[in-house]
Design a protein around this ligand. Structure first.
Ligand code: HEM
Length: 411
């Protein structure tokens, strides 16, 4: 039974203002069962950070949540299997040299990534310049990270819109906390479409590897064995979606947060050392992924609550990042905070929880940093007069993933 007097997570009341609900949870019921999602909710910073690091809280729940759409991915693996599969592409995302991965790829990954990110941002921003009013979400942020990842994977520009369509379908599945069977059926269809499209490219890259991420996966080996086509397709599908909606929403939230507070946009434009601080504070204040899922492998006590083995546990990142026990004045967006280290915000040592924590800490955090930093600086340079056109339209929506669906601005 859901805790007395508290609304349920999947109620209209929580969707309208999750932070009021989170505040009550942290104060009254920091670990609590919720009927609407058939799961325990964990809301305090310290508890969420602990759960990420405790292997009793496994990522097995992703088997039903994500496997229907992607196939088996690193998110649901643990132990050595997880470490080996993650290590295949992590040097690319950490900006290391690709030489170790493939003898033909001699360039530094950071340079390749920065080139792709800048080119994509410039191409998408160029048509905005002639317009007075644009929507930062629908005219830019929706496309930007999908096109970057499709480009890094080595797919042609003409095929990028097809990735955008798949990604839009996949996020409906991922947000399916209520386990709606119709949405699960849609997952199978998208998975088949991605598979049909990607399979011929895998064979082609095995024969002729190039300087792209698909070539890295197609030529990777674990214990002398190449990855199976299904494993590569699952990775492609995961990268496409894990990296897109998150970065898309962070970009939109960042501009909304900056433009909503008088003088902040101009301040950050004049002092670019604040860009990284603004991104880090946006990740704390408006994390795009508000909830991660875990499943207990044995009975375990968290706070005063005994959670039985096999339970689903939801980590409320949006709540933990605004825990008054951890951050001063947590409901204010502040460019300068002495309780948030912007320098560490994109590494495993990050002190906000927007990228998760522990062994599944976001693999793409450095790519997200490159996209956000390059994208934000480009907009600050090109559109010095930017203003919110309709502040009411830029409000956050969503419970599992949350951010503004629209940020209309004048340029
Ligand atoms: C601001 C942008 C981003 C945010 C807020 C974000 C958030 C997260 C979070 C919270 C997790 C942990 C999931 C869990 O423990 O259950 C995660 C994992 C992951 N992210 Fe990100 N992400 C972002 C960008 C990206 C990008 C750009 C990519 C790559 C293209 C990416 C790829 C991944 C992958 C592959 C994992 C799984 C890692 C593992 O299981 O070891 N993410 N991300």
């Amino acid at each position: 039974m859901t805790h007395r007097d508290l609304p349920e997570l999947l109620s209209a009341e929580v969707a309208a203002d999750p932070h009021a609900f989170y505040r009550r949870l942290r104060a009254e019921a920091p670990v609590v069962w919720d009927d609407s999602v058939q799961a325990y909710l964990v809301s305090r910073y310290e508890d969420v950070a602990h759960v990420y690091k405790n292997p009793v809280f496994s990522t097995k729940a992703y088997e039903w949540q994500l496997e229907p759409v992607h196939g088996k991915t690193i998110l649901q693996m643990d132990g050595t299997e997880h470490a080996r599969h993650r290590a295949l592409v992590s040097p690319v995302f950490r900006g290391k040299s690709l030489e170790r991965l493939h003898p033909m790829l001699l360039r530094n990954a950071a340079a390749v990534v920065d080139e792709v990110v800048l080119r994509t941002a410039e191409e998408l921003a160029a048509p905005l310049a002639g317009r007075r009013r644009v929507d930062l979400v629908r005219d830019f942020a929706n496309y930007f990270p999908v096109y970057v990842i499709a480009d890094l994977l080595g797919f042609d520009k003409e095929d990028h819109p097809r990735f955008l369509r798949w990604y839009t379908a996949v996020i409906r599945v991922i947000s399916n906390l209520g386990r709606d069977p119709e949405i699960l059926a849609e997952a199978a269809q998208v998975r088949a479409e991605i598979s049909e499209f990607v399979t011929p490219f895998i064979a082609e890259r095995r024969a002729n590897p190039g300087e792209d991420l698909l070539s890295v996966l197609a030529t990777a080996e674990i214990d002398g064995e190449p990855l199976a086509d299904d494993e590569i397709k699952a990775y492609v599908s995961l990268l496409l979606t894990a990296g897109a909606e998150t970065t898309d929403k962070t970009f939109a939230s960042l501009f909304r947060n900056l433009l909503a507070a008088p003088g902040q946009y101009e301040r950050i434009r004049q002092d670019r050392s604040l860009v990284i601080r603004g991104i880090a504070e946006t990740l704390r204040f408006s994390p795009p992924t508000q909830i991660n899922t875990r499943e207990t492998t044995e009975d375990v006590k968290l706070g005063d609550v005994l959670i039985p083995a096999g339970s689903t546990v939801l980590l409320l990142i949006g709540s933990a990042n605004r825990d008054e026990r951890r951050y001063a004045d947590p409901d204010r967006f502040l460019l300068e905070r002495d309780d948030l280290d912007a320098g560490k915000a994109f590494s495993g040592a990050a002190d906000h929880l927007a990228f998760g924590s522990g062994r599944h800490f976001c693999l793409g955090a450095m790519l997200a940093r490159a996209e956000l930093e390059i994208g934000v600086n480009l907009f600050l340079d090109r559109f010095p007069q930017m203003r919110l056109a309709d502040p009411d339209a830029a409000t956050d929506v969503g419970v599992k993933m949350r951010g503004p669906q629209s940020v209309p601005v004048t340029l």
